[in-house]
Write a protein that binds this ligand. Structure first.
Ligand code: 13P
Length: 255
C-alpha cells in the first residue's frame, strides 16, 4: 500500500512570523487527518524553526536542495549532513527551477540522489518536460532520460529509498495543471518502466504529481491509481488551502 504524500515546496518564501502561522495552522489542520503523510520543505535558514515546531508531529520537513559534497570550499552550499543536523528527513533533488538555471544536470541529480540516501535522507526526485518538449510529444523521452540518469547511478535498490515527482515545467506556477488523465498516464508509464526493472520497487515507490495543484483539483488527482500525492508550490503559501489539500490526501484511498 502506498500512502498518499503531500509535500510543500515553499520555494524562497516565508519569514519567521509567517512560517509560525503556517506551521501552527498545519499542526492544527492535520491532526484529524492521519491517513496521509506530510512534508514541508522550507528555505535552509528556517529548518531550525521547522524542527522546533514540528518535531514529534505527523509532519516531516526537508530541504529544497543540497550539495553533493560533504564539506569543503563550496561557498553558499549546504551539505546533506547539515540537513540531517536540523532533523530533515527529505530533500528535493533536481527541481526544474534548478535544472533550468544550469545548477542541475541529469548527471548531477543522479550523484546528489546517491549522496542524499547515503546520508539517510529521502530524496524527492523531480522530473518533467518543458512546454516545447510537451508540444513536441517528448514527455516520455525526457522523463525516462531523467529517471534513467538516477537509476544508472544508484540502481533499483537505491531508487527505492526515494520518492519520485513528475512536474511538467509548463504546469508549474501557471495555474494550468496537467489533467488528472495526463498525469495518470505519465505516472503509469514511469511506473511501468520501473516495473520492467524491478516489480517490487514499482509496487512500493511513491510517485507524486506537481504543477498547479490546488484544493479544488487535488481530489481528482488523488483518485488516480498511480498518483500517490502531490508536490505543491503556490498553494502551500496559503495555510487554509494547503490544509484542505492535506485533507483531500487523507481522505483519498491509498494505491
Ligand atoms: P506550483 O504548485 O506553484 O505550480 O509549483 C509546483 C512546484 O514547483 C513544486 O515543486
Amino acid at each position: 500500500m502506498r500512502r498518499k504524500l503531500v509535500v510543500a515546496n515553499r520555494k524562497m518564501n516565508g519569514n519567521l512570523s509567517s512560517n509560525k502561522v503556517f506551521f501552527e495552522g498545519l499542526l492544527a489542520g492535520t491532526q484529524d487527518h492521519k491517513n496521509a503523510d506530510y512534508v514541508v520543505c522550507v528555505p535552509h535558514p528556517y529548518l531550525f524553526q521547522a524542527e522546533a515546531m514540528l518535531k514529534g508531529s505527523l509532519i516531516a520537513w526537508g530541504g529544497q536542495n543540497m550539495s553533493r559534497y560533504e564539506s569543503g570550499a563550496y561557498t553558499g552550499s549546504v551539505s546533506p549532513g547539515m540537513l540531517k543536523d536540523f532533523g530533515c528527513e527529505y530533500v528535493i533533488i533536481g527541481h526544474s527551477e534548478r535544472r533550468q538555471r544550469g545548477h542541475d544536470t541529469d548527471l548531477s541529480t543522479g550523484e546528489r540522489f546517491e549522496v542524499a540516501t547515503n546520508a539517510g535522507l529521502k530524496p524527492i526526485f523531480c522530473m518533467g518536460e518543458t512546454l516545447e518538449e510537451f508540444e513536441d510529444g517528448l514527455t516520455d523521452i525526457v522523463t525516462i532520460r531523467q529517471l534513467n540518469a538516477v537509476i544508472q547511478e544508484i540502481g533499483m535498490q537505491g531508487l527505492a529509498k526515494g520518492v519520485l515527482a513528475y512536474e511538467p515545467v509548463w504546469a508549474i506556477g501557471t495555474g494550468r495543471a496537467a489533467t488528472s488523465e495526463h498525469a495518470q498516464n505519465i505516472l503509469s508509464f514511469l511506473r511501468g518502466h520501473i516495473e520492467i526493472l524491478d516489480a517490487e520497487v514499482a509496487r512500493n515507490i511513491r510517485i507524486l504529481y506537481g504543477g498547479s495543484v490546488k484544493a479544488d483539483n487535488a481530489a481528482k488527482l488523488f483518485s488516480m491509481p498511480d498518483i500517490d500525492g502531490a508536490l505543491v508550490g503556490g498553494a502551500s503559501l496559503n495555510t487554509e488551502e494547503f490544509v484542505a489539500l492535506c485533507q483531500a490526501a487523507s481522505q483519498a484511498k491509498s494505491n
